[in-house]
Design a protein around this ligand. Sequence first.
Ligand code: FE2
Ligand code: FE2
Length: 356
Amino acid sequence: METKKIYVGSAQCGMKLASDVYDASSRLIVKAGTVLDDTIINKLNIYSVYSINVVVDAIKEEKVEYKNYYERLKETEEFKGFKAKFEESVDGLRSSLNAMVTKNVMVDEDKMLNDVKSVIEANKKGSSMLDMLNCMQGYDDLTYVHSMNVALISNVMAGWLGMSEEDTKILTLAGLLHDIGKVRIPVEIVSKPGKLTDEEYAIIKSHPQLGYDILKDMHIDERIKKAALMHHERCDGRGYPNKLKGDEIDDFAKIIAIADVYDAMTADRCYRKGMCPYTVIGHFESEKSVYDVRYLMAFLERIANTYVSNEALLSNGQQGKIILINKFKLSKPIVMVGNEIYDLSVMKDLEVERLL
Ligand SMILES: [Fe+2]
Ligand SMILES: [Fe+2]
């Protein structure tokens, strides 16, 4: 692989990094192999990186590659408008959460909900909210962007579950506030790249209780407080902090748990081109006992059905069209390849690898 050292000022979208990039205090900020885009170039500038090593033929390689579903979506005006609104709303959320934690300011529910609403409205034209979120790239901001994502995903779930307007508001707020305890944890631990020590992991695991303590005396719905406390509990009793089981966990906390894991799975966006929804569904299907099946299946069924009629690439390299979803194995749809019908649920080694 031929590489070249260039100044960040001459970096261009599409170039591929040949080596890891560190900031002045030796913290990894961008991994080798990352293809540069505007967000990453901006990040290099913010961290005052002087020069980088790039792969010489990277631009050629990128240009011949076929653009997939998410790459095409990212280029639409609709997505660009959505992204701008999203970033503005995350700024609002950041100041609201910080004021609550550091100045003991009471939660301003209307302001917080308006921030979410403006993002939802920026996406009125109909593309799936989850697709939009899957296209967001390169954020290191672990708590605020994630909290906005979880609020938006929960809001979508509320609609799919047929919740009332009032419950939808409360669930959305629960999403915004579920990780507020993390604001109290030193940022070096929350955003540490790589493996945490046992001690650091124990500190991270204190965030549900810390969050509950921040919210407990506020005049907000009890379900919001419980979501902060219980969103890492799991139906099989293997969660934390209190190892609760099944019905002991509040319903809203169970829904937030699904949105939380969904976002965590699709979050490492910097280094790849959008995770295939069927891969995400497959992960959840293998962990059914961990989540409340009523909420989980409602969520997964809707996602699986979104992509009927989409072209897809299969793991054996063949292309086909998704024609039908199998209710009992949502990650393994029926796909038309040429004139043949492939039922992936009975073809063990074959998967939908990505949407085209
Ligand atoms: Fe959490
Ligand atoms: Fe979370």
